[in-house]
Design a protein around this ligand. Sequence first.
Ligand code: ADE
Ligand code: ZN
Length: 318
Amino acid sequence: MLPIAELHLHLEGTLEPETIFAIAERNGVELPYADLEDLRARYAFSDLQSFLDLCYANVAVLRTSEDFADMTTAYLDRAAAAGVRHAEVFLNPQAHVERGVPLRDVMAGVTGPLSESLRTHGVSSGLIVAFLRDEGEESAMATLEAVLALDAPFIGVGLDSAEVGHPPSNFARVFERARAEGLHCVAHAGEEGPPSYIWEALDVLRVQRIDHGIRCLEDDQLVQRLVQDQVPLTVCPLSNVSLKVVNSIASHPLPMMLERGLKVTVNSDDPAYFGGYVDDNFDALMGAGHLCAADVATLARNSIDASFADPSRKRQLM
Ligand code: ADE
Ligand code: ZN
């Protein structure tokens, strides 16, 4: 197995149905589902919002730092088995603080296992604090300030949740502030939103990677820019099919993106909801005849190169 880095992974999206039930029981949280089957039956999404509604309803079971630590460790277990040797994972603190969970507990729960992940799992890691874009700039800025004040270890900021109607340019000041703190900057753009959101993420937020970005193919000048600057795109094939961004794995544009010289990586996004982890995404692409051995090697190399791992770790993994 070639070493790979996973660069687009939402910790909240790794909660498996069994784990949701187990943590709910531990915390005495009543779930609005009769049983596991009832919950699983709801994993048929019509679009991004229909997924976000379920995913962020299910995080209601997370109450203590132990819950957040268990979620993080379960992901590291599965990622290590998938061949992931470096992981940069998203967390949305707003989704938890608004429910009354102290930010300190959220951050301690997640950063505990991440800070030990190289020793425990052979996976180097970093945390990216992501802002719920539908909650606006003021809330994002307050979240950034609160996380900075905690002095908890994180490597960067991201922008996720409902894309359309919430352009990157709304968050210019937040990303400026993050950059001034020496944080890395990434943003979801061009998943459901138009190519203009990718331009804004590049030119206004000055991000180092675009999460998803598949709609860049609708704008030749944008493709040219992304190729010229070798801006990494963290593509999530099973997510795109599940959220009806593309019709099928067979018609996924990843082969076209590689062919055009874009710096593509393969990731799982929300693996508990979209039918699999990063190895399952590779398997699906190969099953559809999309990848030759050289493509797999390119994607693996891209993922390490596009990561924010330190240079010595990158050399180890290349
Ligand atoms: N949050 C979790 N997964 C997401 C996705 N694919 N797009 C936007 N926000 C998300
Ligand atoms: Zn995502």
